[in-house]
Design a protein around this ligand. Structure first.
Ligand SMILES: [Zn+2]
Length: 223
């Protein structure tokens, strides 16, 4: 009698284990299907530079923060892209501190097809638009970066300073986001926040600029 009860218990345990294993296999198969579906979708990661305690560069009167311009432009570009049917993921959607590591993690985890980081430039006398890509760029980076500076230059009437490789402060390095994202990645410096002329052009042509950036991104991810 005791022996039978033990046998029954063993059978029950085996049955429970089988159910759990089957469930786990089903979940795994289902997640593969979801991942494949995800992969077929085009996703653009937009990165509003700086944020929160990191204000970025400031205007000469100290009243204007780069982080705010970056976010405003990012949100507008996002709206334009979503309207064109392109799925986007943002590294931040509000004024918050986000590490460079987490920004790359967001893009890599979502397996974005393109990463575009939006910034404002700063220097004593600088004016115009420039883009930064890695020293050894991934395929397509040079082309999309070139088109982005051209488009923003056209929208604002400001000088196209072209595409630069590496990192502004040290020729041996890359910008962190360009080095640590797995997809083509461009850091776009949208006019100088240190220049009153550039700020005026940024504000007056804001919508046109966002539309042109979105159009370049749209064309780039179609190929
Ligand atoms: Zn910046």
């Amino acid at each position: 009698m005791k022996q039978t009860a033990k046998k029954q218990n063993t059978s029950l345990i085996i049955a429970v284990v089988l159910v759990i294993v089957s469930f786990l296999i089903a979940v795994k198969l289902l997640s593969n299907v979801v991942t494949e579906h995800y992969d077929s979708e085009i996703i653009v990661c937009l990165d509003a530079g700086h944020g929160g305690t990191d204000v970025g560069a400031t205007s000469t009167d100290g009243k204007r923060y780069e982080k705010d311009d970056n976010l405003r432009l990012t949100l507008k570009v996002r709206d334009e892209l979503e309207a064109m049917g392109i799925k986007t993921v943002l590294t931040r959607e509000e004024d918050e501190t986000v590490s460079l590591k987490d920004r790359c993690k967001t893009a890599n985890k979502k397996r974005a097809d393109l990463f575009v980081s939006l910034h404002r430039n700063s220097s004593a006398k600088g004016t115009g638009i420039e883009a930064w890509i890695a020293k050894r760029p991934k395929d397509a980076e040079n082309k999309v970066a070139k088109e982005l500076t051209k488009a923003v230059s056209e929208a604002t009437g400001l000088e196209d300073r072209g595409v630069k490789k590496g990192f502004r402060d040290s020729s041996a390095n890359n910008y962190y986001v360009n080095a640590n994202t797995r997809m083509p990645s461009v850091l776009l410096e949208v006019a100088f926040i240190s220049s009153e002329k550039d700020n005026k052009a940024f504000d007056e042509n804001f919508d046109a600029m966002a539309e042109k950036i979105a159009k370049v991104i749209y064309d780039a991810v179609q190929n």
